[in-house]
Structure formats: structure tokens, C-alpha cells
Design a protein around this ligand. Structure first.
Ligand code: IMP
Ligand code: MG
Length: 184
């Protein structure tokens, strides 16, 4: 375990098993549609999207959307901004938006509003993690990896001030590591 962590919440093995199960479920659900357009919300959804896609058995198109949410701390911005939007045309396509975590729901709300305005055939949302306790708006993911308690987590794509995204597991950052010394 990384020395800045207080504990591990989801191990690499648990992530792998859950990602495979979700990919199988998604492949079944979209079998009739025949094709899927994945929209990854970067940077956080990078790892989850890459691993999930590898196990999806349908033809997949990929695009990314960049949304500003967290600054260099652990409190959310209430009005996330889309700072880089889609290149692909998603009109009449089956779209699955992928994020690392569904927390307050502000990102979900903003992104799904944008996606729906582009008139896809269907639009669903997948989140690796979900913190139900923090929901501030109505937001429900169609696919969820793990329901976790209200603690700030890092790893497997999730960051604190852009650090720790490369950890292969998900854990809680120690309180004394939440004041970045010389970074930012
Ligand atoms: P929401 O808009 O509050 O639902 O937050 C969604 C975004 O906030 C996610 O895409 C993450 O980038 C970030 N986020 C929320 N909770 C955490 C956390 O515990 N660790 C790291 N990032 C988080
Ligand atoms: Mg994010």
C-alpha cells in the first residue's frame, strides 16, 4: 500500500472482477443496438474506461469530454464546466457516458444535459464508484462498480491535486497528506 494512504477501499483484484462483470452486462444490454459510443469524462475515467472497453464484446466508438470539477482540493465546484467537448457525432447513437465517481451529481447533471442536447438514440451513465451520501441533485447511474462511504478516495484514475491516478487500487488519503507541500 502507498505510504500516503490510510487504507485501501477497493483492491486491484476487486476492480478487475467488477469491471469484467460490468462489461459483460453492458455487452448483453447493447447486443441488440449492435454498437456503442463511449464518452469518457477525463481525466478521472481514463483507467476505468480503458479496462472496461477491453472487455466489451461489441463494436465501440470512443470520445472524451473534459469537465472541470475539483480544483486542487477535496471540495467540489458546484457548477462543473465542459471545457473540452465531443468530436464525434452522437446523433441517433447509443451513448454510454463513463466517469470515475458519482459524488454530488453536479457533473452527471451537466454532462447528461449536454449529451441529451445532441439527440442520441439512448444515453446512459456508468460510474466506477458512487457516494450516495453526498448526492445534491437527482442523479442515477445505470451501471455502478462500487458503492463507497463518504470519504475522499484516490487511485485507479482518481486524483488529489493530479497525484495518485496511477495507483492500481482505490484508497483513502491520509489526512496529513491532504495539504500538498510543494506541488500544485
Ligand atoms: P460530482 O460532480 O460531485 O458528482 O463529482 C464528480 C467528480 O468529482 C468526479 O468525476 C471526480 O473527478 C471528482 N470526485 C468526487 N469524489 C472524489 C473523490 O473521493 N476522490 C477524487 N475525486 C473525486
Ligand atoms: Mg472526474
Amino acid at each position: 500500500m502507498h505510504e500516503d494512504l490510510e487504507k485501501i477501499v477497493v483492491t486491484a483484484e476487486q476492480i478487475d472482477a467488477r469491471v469484467r462483470a460490468l462489461a459483460a452486462e453492458i455487452s448483453r444490454d447493447y447486443a441488440e443496438a449492435g454498437e456503442l459510443t463511449i464518452i469518457a469524462i477525463i481525466n478521472g475515467a481514463l483507467m476505468f474506461t480503458a479496462d472496461l472497453m477491453r472487455h466489451i464484446t461489441l463494436p465501440v466508438r470512443l470520445d472524451c469530454m473534459r469537465v472541470s470539477s475539483y480544483r486542487d482540493d477535496t471540495s467540489p465546484v458546484q457548477k462543473p464546466q465542459i471545457i473540452d467537448t465531443l468530436r464525434l457525432d452522437i446523433r441517433d447513437r447509443h451513448v454510454l457516458v463513463i466517469d470515475d465517481i458519482l459524488d454530488t451529481g453536479f457533473t452527471f447533471e451537466r454532462v447528461m444535459r449536454e449529451i441529451r442536447s445532441l439527440r442520441p438514440a439512448t444515453a446512459r451513465f456508468a460510474a466506477l464508484l458512487e457516494k450516495k451520501a453526498r448526492r445534491a441533485v437527482v442523479a442515477k447511474a445505470d451501471y455502478v462498480g462500487f458503492d463507497i462511504p463518504d470519504e475522499f478516495v484516490i487511485g485507479y484514475g482518481l486524483d488529489f491535486a493530479e497525484h495518485y491516478r496511477n495507483l492500481p487500487y482505490i484508497g483513502v488519503l491520509r489526512a496529513d497528506c491532504q495539504n500538498p507541500p510543494e506541488w500544485s
